[in-house]
Design a protein around this ligand. Structure first.
Ligand SMILES: Cc1cc2nc3c(=O)[nH]c(=O)nc-3n(C[C@H](O)[C@H](O)[C@H](O)COP(=O)(O)OP(=O)(O)OC[C@H]3O[C@@H](n4cnc5c(N)ncnc54)[C@H](O)[C@@H]3O)c2cc1C
Length: 395
């Protein structure tokens, strides 16, 4: 693998501080076992299985490097943008698993910004320790792109909310013990005004989690049914009716929170190896091989542009600025890069992709199918393009 910081990123690694890169290299050499790396490589989606995700989380926590974007006061590492970028690049290139994002990247920062002191004191340490595994309950059968149409209802009854309704496409609900959920607490003239964010225990007998098996054969998403679940009033995050604002805060972190440059670069190296190993096969003959090499070069250039976008995003967050625009751009780019790479792998393999026997890309077709969803979840690419256009053109 060529230098990890080629392409003008050496200055970023240097700005991370003297010896920082060496510290990370030593940590990865010591802690990133072949078993963990193999588990990460086997994972065909962006959501790592909790078994390896939590194992990696525990190692980072022991080093004091978990939640680099959280303030130290709440147990985070409070790293600079250069340190976050440098770590993610090295860990991604080395094949480290991604971390479970729901608590660390989505709910945790929202609790720090909007939660009660009691919620912060109780829940943030449990997120860091991996004691709670959260999932995200936004989408419903008739509320996906149009989240303001959420119908799942929470009616106040004394010191409890009574929750009834359903949530759809809930990633990893089968592993989770808790869900942060957008619920309708009132019917207002403008629908987004009546939405609140509620924290709900999934082991409540009034909650049912039903699996959904997707086209790739995986069980990653679920539908959840709430049948008059009683949820303590203290589990409301922020104020009643503030759910929309908090949901957008979380969505920004969901769309931009995967710092993926290093991982995508590892995937690109894998594709280069795949092409090299496939020379002479029918699917890589003549003009087709030339086209694949051109596609790889374009991916390399676009990936580098994406990595600069990641730095802009991290800079906005480090400065405490909202980064909705940068996060939408990152989300569009990740989906585009991942899907182009997966498509290329299937084309290079040709019929061998179905046989799933290729040594470099053994899960090519399943990965291709699984990652069709990257341009859908967290807000589809069509919606992100509209948000970017509105933001840039003021439309
Ligand atoms: C694998 C996977 C995991 C997911 N995980 C979660 C999760 O953990 N938690 C959760 O809450 N949700 C999750 N989702 C749901 C996801 O966020 C929604 O699927 C997504 O927001 C799109 O909503 P929808 O499916 O209702 O499609 P729709 O909103 O019906 O959209 C259908 C199509 O129409 C297009 N479209 C809709 N409105 C417009 C418009 N105004 N302009 C242009 N095009 C438009 C969309 O881009 C899309 O192509 C997941 C989805 C998938 C596939």
């Amino acid at each position: 693998m060529s230098d990890a910081f080629a392409g003008g990123f050496g200055a970023v690694a240097a700005a991370a501080g003297a010896g920082f890169r060496e510290q990370i290299d030593a940590f990865l050499a010591r802690e990133l076992t072949d078993e963990l790396r193999a588990a990460a490589d086997r994972n065909i989606t962006m959501f790592v299985h909790p078994h390896s995700g939590l194992a990696w989380q525990r190692k980072l926590r022991a080093a004091g490097w978990l939640a680099p974007h959280w303030p130290r006061a709440y147990g985070g590492a409070e790293w600079s943008r250069e340190q976050i970028f440098t770590f993610e690049r090295l860990a991604g290139l080395a094949g480290a698993p991604l971390l479970p994002p729901f608590g660390l990247n989505y709910l945790g920062p929202a609790l720090i910004a909007y939660g009660s002191e009691r919620q912060k004191a109780e829940l943030l340490p449990r997120i860091l320790a991996g004691d709670d595994y959260w999932c995200q309950g936004y989408s419903e059968p008739a509320a996906g792109s149009d989240l303001a149409a959420v119908q799942c209802a929470a009616r106040l009854d004394g010191e409890h909310y009574i929750v009834s309704g359903t949530k759809l496409w809930t990633t990893h609900a089968q592993h989770a013990n808790r869900i942060f959920c957008l619920v309708r607490t009132s019917k207002e003239d403008r629908p987004h005004r009546g939405i609140s964010l509620l924290l709900i225990d999934l082991d409540d007998p009034a909650v049912t989690v039903r699996p959904i098996i997707t086209l790739d054969g995986e069980h990653e998403v679920n539908q959840i049914f709430f049948d008059d679940a009683r949820v303590p009033r203290a589990n409301l995050v922020g104020r009643e009716g503030q759910g929309w604002e908090i949901a957008l805060y979380i969505l920004e972190r969901e769309r931009g929170g995967f710092i993926m440059g290093g991982r995508l670069r590892r995937k690109l190296y894998g594709l280069r190896q795949l092409l090299a190993a496939s020379v002479g096969k029918d699917s890589t003959a003549g003009q087709r091989r030339h086209d694949y090499e051109r596609a790889l070069a374009l991916l390399d250039i676009d990936l580098q542009a994406f990595e600069y976008s990641e730095l802009r995003l991290l800079e906005a967050w480090a400065g405490g600025r909202p980064a909705g625009l940068e996060a939408s751009v990152a989300k569009i780019d990740i989906a585009d890069l991942v899907q182009r790479m997966d498509e290329l792998a299937v084309q290079v393999l040709g019929p061998r992709a179905i046989a799933a026997a290729a040594p470099v890309a053994p899960h090519a077709v399943r990965t291709y199918l699984a990652n069709r969803a990257v341009s859908i979840y967290g807000g589809s690419s069509e919606i992100q393009r509209t948000l970017v256009a509105r933001s840039l053109l003021g439309a």
